[in-house]
Ligand binder design. Structure first.
Ligand code: MG
Ligand code: MG
Length: 273
């Protein structure tokens, strides 16, 4: 069932989304060769709790498996749902960090892919395309469009450049719950799928692979990796569908202000879209 939000609920979701952006900015400032994802996870958890919220992923269950951490930290060929550990990050690693919080009963959820040191040209282009695909998807989050319009925008941009679009995992509605209806696939045909209505709040989150689209789940029960072991990137924003425009609740500019190296061409222009 799809729940359209009141303006009061949107205000609460905006506060939760901003806390996630601020948390990711704190993490961004600490991403460097030698840092461990477990250290980043503790910093994020402390920041979230200091701001009166709780981590949304820690203790999250799928069947009988429980996610053990505040952040999902997915390095290189890990697409999403990586578990923080003690392995030091290395120069040229691609680190996707997904963060969720519950603040005053409402969920914030956003992800950003960071460069550890300098990226290879191939990985830089992967990030740029994934970032642009997110913006293209967000631009379709307007009342009267359908979920397939978002998926088509993401898929067509990425596949035209030869990237693999992950289809096993999708974006989602968000509100009091982390995952609400409708699903927001990163693929689709224009004019198909659920119709978007004003007040719908969704997370759009392309997961894009440098190689093929196929993924597999690691034996830890969580980490999703590319089947061909090539790197993957992931960005996620929370958006309110409005009558004539999308309203983005996530603020990447807070994160990017904390970065020493932004591996994208025209980030400011993209953020303005
Ligand atoms: Mg997320
Ligand atoms: Mg999400």
């Amino acid at each position: 069932m799809v729940h359209l939000k009141s303006e009061r609920e949107v205000d609460l979701l905006r506060e939760a989304a901003l806390l996630v952006s601020r948390t990711l900015a704190v993490v961004a400032a600490r991403v460097q060769p030698g840092a461990t994802t477990r250290e980043l996870d503790s910093i994020a958890e402390e920041f979230i709790r200091d701001h009166g919220a709780v981590p949304a992923f820690k203790g999250y269950k799928v069947g009988s498996v429980v996610f053990p951490a505040t952040l999902c930290t997915s390095v290189n060929d890990a697409v999403v749902h990586g578990i923080p550990d003690d392995q030091p990050l290395k120069e040229c690693d691609l680190l996707s960090v997904d963060c969720g919080v519950v603040l005053d009963g409402y969920v914030g959820d956003s992800a950003y892919t960071f460069a550890v040191g300098e990226l290879s040209e191939d990985d830089r282009q992967l990030c740029t395309t994934t970032y642009q695909a997110l913006e293209a998807g967000v631009a379709q989050a307007v009342a009267g469009n359908r979920t397939g319009d978002i998926g088509f925008a993401v898929q067509s941009l990425c596949e035209a450049r030869g990237y693999g679009v992950v289809k096993d995992l999708v974006g989602h509605g968000v509100g009091r719950n982390l995952h609400e209806d409708p699903q927001i696939p990163n693929f689709g045909r224009r004019g198909t799928g659920r119709k978007l209505k004003s007040g719908l709040t969704i997370c759009i989150e392309p997961m894009i692979n440098r190689g093929g689209a196929a993924v597999r789940t690691e034996s830890d029960g969580w980490t999703i990796r590319t089947a061909d072991s090539l790197p993957s990137a992931h960005y996620e924003k929370t958006v309110v569908v409005r009558q004539d425009r999308p309203e983005v609740l996530t603020d990447f500019s807070i994160i990017e202000a904390a970065l020493s190296y932004v591996p994208y061409g025209a980030v400011a222009g993209l953020n303005d879209s």
